[in-house]
Design a protein around this ligand. Structure first.
Ligand code: XBP
Ligand code: MG
Length: 244
């Protein structure tokens, strides 16, 4: 009989389930928004998403969904084209390539406290996972560029992008990660930056800590365990206490 803590279904340590964009790094400001604008220009589209407009567009999760929504509202003549679906795919693939190049160039550092907490969690045997709306290649590129080539392997589950049919605020991606972890929500703590991310985590039965950024400050974080500016002053023990 194993020690009590290892009884099937029980895990000695909780698992931290990190969101990516806005939580691990300020990727919207330094990566996604410039990448979208670069691709629109390259494709001869006079679309420009400034900070204010982009902040509003972030309510639509998923880059492809965001492009589709923008065109339907601001460029209906393009949205009505028979090849619109192909155009959205082509723009998004090009944007992802642009984003990955920006990440690989080291232009997007991790937010305060993230490197330290991931290092401490690994040392303490605390599980790590990711639940994000962004594309998988974006996650891999960010982890490798900021934490090293081996970093993606530190995460027991990486739920990203189209691996689920419905994006945040739906709970699909958090449920997908819990299923891959073979863990109950009770043994995990989600860390998010946005109202959409918080709603997804809560709907999946997870407790959730929120760290806000310029794009998400002022959103409705009802139900969050705590709302912080960042994790710079948060110790691993603090997170474990929140998930206990
Ligand atoms: C944020 C998103 C993503 C990114 C863009 O994801 O909604 O769509 O804005 O990435 P999260 P893609 O906060 O859940 O990490 O263009 O690859 O979707
Ligand atoms: Mg986010």
């Amino acid at each position: 009989m194993g020690s009590p803590a290892i009884v099937a279904g029980m895990h000695p340590q909780p698992t931290l389930i990190f969101d990516v964009d806005g939580t691990l790094a300020d990727t919207e400001r330094y990566g996604h928004r410039p990448a979208f604008n670069a691709v629109f220009a390259e494709h001869g589209l006079n679309w420009y998403w400034d900070e204010v407009l982009y902040g509003r567009l972030l309510s639509i999760t998923g880059g492809k969904e965001r492009i589709r929504h923008y065109a339907e509202v601001h460029a209906p003549e393009i949205a009505a084209r028979p090849d619109f679906a192909d155009l959205v795919q082509k723009l998004h693939q090009a944007k992802t390539a642009h984003y990955v190049r920006r990440v690989e160039a080291g232009r997007i550092p991790l937010r305060p406290g993230i490197v330290r907490l991931i290092t401490e969690a690994r040392r303490a045997g605390v599980g790590l996972a990711i639940a994000t709306t962004t594309s998988p290649e974006n996650v891999e590129a960010l982890l490798r560029a900021t934490l090293g080539e081996e970093a993606p392997g530190w995460f027991a589950a990486i739920g990203a992008g189209d691996v689920v049919p419905t994006k945040k605020p739906a709970p699909d991606i958090h449920r997908w990660v819990l299923d891959r972890l073979d863990r109950l929500a009770a043994g995990c703590l989600a860390i998010e930056d946005s109202e959409n991310g918080l709603k997804s985590a809560l709907s999946a039965g997870l407790r959730c800590l929120v760290t806000v950024n310029d794009y998400t400050a002022g959103q409705d974080f009802s139900g969050a365990l705590s709302v912080l500016n960042d994790l710079g002053d948060v110790g691993l023990d603090d997170l474990l206490r929140l998930s206990a």
